[in-house]
Design a protein around this ligand. Sequence first.
Ligand code: ADP
Ligand code: MG
Ligand code: MG
Length: 544
Amino acid sequence: MKIPLEKLTNHANSYAAANGLQVEVKRDKTDSKSVAYQCAPISLLPNAFPSSAFQDAKCLAPYFNLLVDRISKDGTFLHDTLGGEHGVVSKDDYTKKLLELYTDIYMKEDDNRPNFAKEADALGITRSDYMLNPIDGNIDNGYGLKQVELNTIAASFAGLAVNVAGLHKQLTERFDLELEEWLDTNRKAVMGQEYSAREDTEVGVPTNPALTNLPNAMNVAHENYISKYSPSIPTVVLFVVQEGETNTVDQRMLEFQLWNNHKVPVVRMSLTKAKSQLKMDEVTGALYISPDASGDGSVGSIPTKYEVSLVYFRAGYAPTDYPDGYDGIEWESRETIERSRATKCPNLGYHLAGTKKVQQELARHGVVENFFGKDEIGKIIDIENMREAFAGLYSLGEDVTDVDLAAVNEVITGKEDQYVLKPQREGGGYNYYGSNMAKKIGENISRNKDGTISLGEDLAEFILMQRLFPPKQSAVLLRAGLVEGNGPSESISELGCFGTIVRGSDGKIIHNEYSGFLLRTKFSNVDEGGVASGFATLSSPYLC
Ligand code: ADP
Ligand code: MG
Ligand code: MG
C-alpha cells in the first residue's frame, strides 16, 4: 500500500461517523439510556470478488425467494423434514416450538375460530450467503459460488453494508494510484496470476441498493395491507427488536428510509414488551398497539392506538429472545402476532424454511424440483443454477443414507477439516470445526460388528456440511475504529445477497427481486462467522 495505513484509517473513521456507519456501545451496562456510538466492525478496503459470481448471486435471489414461499406453505414437507419422533424437534426445543405453532395455526382446521393468519400476506426479506469455492475442487478451474446458508429471519446489515460500499467506492476511487498494487495482488489471488480486466465486465465496488429496496418491499407489503383492509385508525409498521440490541443504527436506517421515501412510521418493541402493548381483535384479526402512559410504543409523544400493518422481526430468531421460557410471555407475543391478519416478515413458514435442516433436505436429489411444476422449471425458476450453488450437505438424523454415513466416516478417519457440523441456530458461534467436530461426532456414534456406523440420537439436531475454502487475500480489519492485530493479514470473505418477496393472501406474488448485497470478511484463521458475534467485519466486493 503506497499510503500510510493511519491516513486511510482516519479517513475511514471520519467517513463512518459522517455516514452513520456505527454501532451502539453501552457506556454503562447497568443504564440502558447511557448510549454512545462507535465505528462498526469494518474491513478497511473492499475484497476482490469475481464479477461473474456476483452476477450469479443476483440472479439466484428471486429463485430462492420463490422456493422459500413454496416451502412455507408445505406443512407436510416441514413435518417430514423437521418433525418425527427422532427428528430435529426431538432434540431442539426451539425448532419444536416453532413447528408446533406453525402446525396449530396453519395446519389445523377449527370451525369455531376464524383463521386470520392464513388470510394474511407474507413479506420475505431473505439473505442468501455464499462463499467462493474452487470449481470441482480444483483451484485451476477458478472459483464459483457455494451457499453457506439461507437466512429468512432478521437478515441484517442492509443499512450498514450500503455505507461500507460507499466508503470503499470512495477510498478506491480517490486513492486509486496508491491502492493499485494492493488491489492487483488481491485480484490475482482470486482470479489467478494471469488476470487482466475485461472490457465487458462490471469492475470496482458496485452500487448497493439495499437501503432503497428493503424499505420499498416493506412499503409494498404495507400498502397492500391498507388496500385490503382499509384501516380506520393510523397504521404503523412494528419492528420487533431485542432488548439491549447494539446494531440499532442498521435497523434505524431502514426505519428512516421507510419514513423518508414512503411516509410510513415505525414503532420498535421487544417481544417482552409486546405482551402488554399488543392485542389482536378477535373479530377482525387486526393487530393493535396501545402505547403505555409514558408514551412507550407510540410514534410521537401523544399515545394513540395504532393498527399494525406489518411486523418486521429483528428478534425472535434465538431461544434467548424468549427469556420467559417455552410457555412464557415472549412466545405468547409471537403467537398473537402470528395469529393476526398483519403481514409478518417472516411468518412461521418462511422462518422454518430457513432452517439448516431444510437446507440439507433441499440438497437431496429431486427435492427442490418437487416445489415447482414442469411448466415453471426453466421459465420462472432456474433449478440447475440453484443446484450448482448447493454445497455437500449430509443428514445425521433418522433419514440418514449411505452417502451421509460415508461423510461421517470421513470426519472420524482424519478428514475433519473437510466438514462443518451445524445445529439449527442463527447468529454465528454455534458450529463445530476440526477436532472439536470429530470429538463431538465420535462421542455420538457406534461401530457395528460389520464395520458400519450407527448414529446416536443426539446428532439429530445437527447437519453435516462440506467445508468451503474461499480464496485468501490480504485485509486490514477495524474494530471500534482501531486496526486489528498487526495490520494486513490473510482473510476470507462471505457474500450475502438480499432478496425481497411479497405474497398476497390469494397466493399471488406481488413483488420478487434481488435487493442488495453484503460482504463479510474475517481473518482466515477464524472458523466462525457473524459480525454481531464478533468474528467478521463488514466489507464490500471489489468486482473483477
Ligand atoms: P449462522 O446462521 O449462525 O450465521 P452459518 O451457517 O452462517 O450460521 O455459519 C456461521 C459461519 O460459519 C459462517 O458465516 C461461516 O463463516 C462459517 N461456515 C458455515 N458453514 C461453513 C462451511 N460449509 N464452510 C466454511 N465455513 C462455514
Ligand atoms: Mg443464519
Ligand atoms: Mg450465517
